[in-house]
Design a protein around this ligand. Structure first.
Ligand SMILES: Cc1ncc(C[n+]2csc(CCOP(=O)(O)OP(=O)(O)O)c2C)c(N)n1
Ligand SMILES: [Mg+2]
Length: 566
């Protein structure tokens, strides 16, 4: 392999570019300015400065959801720890993000010089150690290891679909090292031939002999890029595919074999029976938690086949060294076609009576209007809170859902919106968020406006943390928040903004907001009652309280927002 000389910083940027990363999010700091200058000088990658490193970590995650890989640049300690929540979220949601921290110069580490952005305790390893818990791999670069570590870390993020952490000491970015001249190629290691053959045969045999086979997908079906294979398999042998809510819209909801959301007793109509009674269920990357299993009421058949990115569990066997895509391709080729299996009904969308136009806006009327607003190809976001109702809407074809169901950090969606807009500026992006979640990361709206993006932001102003009122504190002031003038914020964040802002109080107000053209940002602030929440929200919060606090905890129904009807 031929080599060439290159600076460490230039090589890192070159490798990111070769891996398909075209934008870098983050906040400058003295320890990372050298790399930022190299970015400017070489013209590799575009810098997207954010208001905070936390938001940069959310943006890199949102970017990676649509781009396959994302990256952020922070400064030592203060920046790295601000970003660690978002990077932890990327781990939890299986999103490949490369977090680069410009860090303490090696000369200071060598000489034991105390530096700012440290604990001033003589140790320089605290943040590297902290990141070891939220990443698949981490390293501090040196002139000796940089060429190999940069490739190892980028490749690990891409292969594992998990974040990695790179410390780039500030005094080495401009040092020349020997680097490979050939570009970095992102490929999976090939499967072991025998393991692949016998794994494919075992799955194909079970599927072909089954009377009621089905597939259940989690987010990994998207992360490992196998949705088209899953649909091809479903077409070939006429089997239904359900998703858990962490994998909303991973299978196109208009796909004829798409069944609906499986969530234990909180499943969509008709889904639970099919999944739980299947005599051959193939699950893809299934990682159940309380909020994706209807509070542990989900129960997969005991002989479920569990396929993951690089392994498969089937009956008594565990197959290693097999890649998901190759397994599914093999199964598609092996199973005989089935044409006449009885079709299963797809769950019908719940319809409610049209609300009076002049009536005060309710959650029920709101979500009904939103359902008709959705268009094929939309990118949809739901932050934590009553905006989770979006999970129950039927999405048109080719929609993408970006959420953080496992990690659930409020405010994630605003940063993720910036990131995904940067990756796919020509799609229509709709953000659904509550006032409480918005207050965590609202300032990133300014970056979205600064870059002329045109999302539609649906903010529910209900005076606080309504979903939390279903756990505890229905009327307590700890669930109240300051009442901002949300719809004025586009103007505050960009004086010359062309954003269209609406304050919506009635069904008619909402209708006129929804008829605004999408040629500028649309900001819709909908005022709703703090105690208005649909049954799926209150039921899950009430159940969550039982689980969280136990029988001796504050099970005070008088102090919990409860649903009147299921
Ligand atoms: C970083 C973080 N802090 C706290 C929480 C706990 N939490 C979950 S939902 C929520 C309230 C959300 O309120 P809002 O966005 O207004 O939604 P609503 O239910 O009112 O529509 C809070 C505080 C969290 N999930 N993440
Ligand atoms: Mg709220």
């Amino acid at each position: 392999m031929s080599n060439r000389q290159m600076t460490i910083g230039d090589f890192l940027l070159r490798r990111l570019e070769e891996a398909g990363v075209r934008h870098l999010f983050g906040v400058p700091g003295d320890y990372n300015l050298e790399l930022l200058q190299q970015l400017e000088d070489t013209g590799r990658l575009k810098w997207v400065g954010t208001c905070s490193e936390l938001n940069a970590s959310y943006a890199a995650d949102g970017y990676a959801r649509l781009n396959g890989l994302g990256a952020l640049l922070v400064t030592n300690g203060v920046g790295a720890l601000s970003a660690i929540n978002g990077v932890g979220g990327s781990y939890s949601e299986h999103v490949p993000v490369i977090c680069i921290a410009g860090s303490i110069p090696l000369r200071s580490i060598d000489r034991g010089l105390g530096m700012h952005h440290t604990m001033a305790d003589g140790s320089f390893d605290h943040f590297l150690d902290a990141y070891s818990h939220v990443t698949a791999a981490h390293a501090r670069l040196t002139p000796r290891n940089a060429a190999t570590e940069i490739d190892r870390l980028i490749l690990t993020a891409w292969r594992e679909k998990l974040p990695v952490y790179i410390e780039l000491p500030s005094d080495i970015a401009c040092l020349d090292i020997n680097v490979p001249a050939t570009p970095l190629t992102l490929t999976d290691p090939p499967s072991d031939k025998e393991r692949l053959r016998s794994c494919v045969a075992a799955i194909a045999k079970r599927l072909s002999n089954a009377k009621s086979p089905a597939i259940l997908v989690d987010a990994d079906a998207d992360r490992f890029g196998v949705t088209s294979e899953l649909k091809e398999l479903a077409d070939k042998i006429q089997l239904p595919i359900a998703a858990i809510n962490a994998a909303k819209a991973v299978i196109d909801e208009t796909f004829p074999h798409y069944l609906g959301i499986y969530n234990g007793q909180a499943s969509e109509l008709g889904v639970r029976e099919v999944i739980e009674a299947s005599d051959c269920l193939l699950s893809v990357g299934y990682r159940p938690i309380e909020v994706t299993t209807g509070d542990f009421t989900a129960s997969l058949p005991s002989n479920t086949i569990h396929a993951r990115g690089y392994s498969v569990d089937i009956d008594d066997d565990n197959y290693q060294a097999v890649t998901l895509k190759e397994v599914l391709r093999g199964v598609i080729e092996t199973v005989p076609q089935i044409k006449n299996r009885a079709q299963r009904g797809v769950a019908a969308a719940r319809m409610v009576k049209d609300a009076e136009g002049s009536a005060k806006l309710t959650q029920a009327a709101y979500w009904q209007a939103i359902q008709s607003y959705l268009r094929p190809g939309d990118v949809l976001y739901a932050d934590n809170g009553t905006s989770f109702v979006l999970l129950g809407l039927k999405l048109p074809s080719n929609c993408t859902f970006i959420g953080s169901i496992n990690w659930g950090s409020i405010g994630y969606s605003v940063g993720a919106l910036l990131g995904a807009l940067t990756a796919a500026p020509n799609r229509r992006h709709l953000l659904f968020i509550g006032d409480g979640s918005f207050q965590v990361s609202a300032q990133e709206l300014s970056t979205i406006l600064r870059h002329d993006h045109k999302p539609v932001i649906f903010l529910i102003n209900n005076g606080g943390y309504t979903i939390e009122r279903g756990y505890l504190g229905k009327t307590e002031t700890y669930n109240d928040i300051a009442n901002w003038s949300y719809a004025d914020l586009p103007k505050v964040f960009r004086r010359d903004t062309s954003a269209r802002s609406f304050v919506v109080k009635t069904v008619n107000d909402l209708k006129s907001a929804l008829s605004a053209p999408n040629d500028a940002m649309i900001f819709v602030e909908s005022i709703m009652d703090p105690h208005d929440a649909l049954a799926p929200i209150t039921i899950s919060s009430n159940k969550g309280a039982e689980l969280d606090y136990g029988p001796r905890g504050p099970q005070r129904s008088d102090n919990q927002l409860r649903s009147s009807a299921a």
